[in-house]
Design a binder for this molecule. Structure first.
Ligand code: BEZ
Length: 225
């Protein structure tokens, strides 16, 4: 009997659903092939469409920056492999925003049957024949850490995707959180104290390492004096 694919949105903290797929870079076993790396798994509505073209040029241009962050890009749409290949070849001929001869080296998944996009909740109310613009950030253990969804009409901000990767990596490395609009180098947030004793100690030991605006809002100094 054919397996029924649920159109269920996976949640932050879930294990990224596994699948095997054909891509423009060969077959992949997801997320297992990416063990030990961060993944930006994103969908777009369709090949040969204008907003998607600008997104692919921008993501491809940032591919090396992401690799330096131990992060791999993986794209998906419900188009087939031939369409993907033709579109990626066409993109190399387009010049936009100081970008030209852009080669997309990361894999673009074909998902004609929509098995994968349904499993990731990428088919939403806008259209039942194409994916929305979804972004799943998956950590090196295969756990979903961030989910973003955008409508077809809105191109994503790739710098924001990179900022979130940097914030997640910082949080995992130093057990801190990051405030609104945080950028690397800026002070981070020490998680809320779990006891009266820790709250008191934190308030009383402010100095070179940390400062508090109140007992529950303490910042770690990232640029120590
Ligand atoms: C676009 O990429 O331009 C696009 C794709 C689907 C619907 C609307 C716009």
């Amino acid at each position: 009997m054919e397996e029924k694919i649920e159109n269920r949105m996976p949640l932050i903290g879930d294990k990224a659903p596994s699948f095997k797929a054909k891509t423009t870079q060969g077959n992949i076993n997801f997320p297992e092939d990416y063990k030990g790396k961060w993944i930006i798994f994103f969908s777009h509505p369709a090949d040969f469409t204008p907003v998607c073209t600008t997104e692919f040029m921008t993501f491809a241009k940032m591919d090396e920056e992401f690799k330096k962050l131990n992060t791999e890009l993986v794209g998906l749409s419900v188009d087939g492999l031939t369409s993907h290949i033709a579109w990626l070849r066409k993109i190399q001929e387009i010049e936009w925003n100081n970008m030209k001869h852009i080669e997309v080296k990361f894999p673009l998944i074909e998902d004609i049957k929509m098995d994968i996009s349904k499993r990731y909740g990428m088919i939403q109310g806008e259209s039942d024949i194409s994916a929305v613009r979804a972004v799943f950030i998956i950590n090196p253990e295969g756990i979903i850490k961030t989910i973003m969804y955008y409508p077809a009409s809105t191109g994503r901000n790739m710098d924001e995707v990179k900022r979130v990767i940097l914030a997640l990596q910082k949080a995992e490395k130093d057990s801190v959180a990051t405030p609104a609009n945080w950028k690397p180098g800026e002070d981070t947030i020490i998680p809320t104290p779990g006891s009266c004793g820790v709250a008191k100690e934190r308030m009383e030991t402010q100095g070179d390492d940390h400062y508090c605006l109140d007992w529950f809002l303490c910042f770690k100094r990232e640029n120590k004096k």
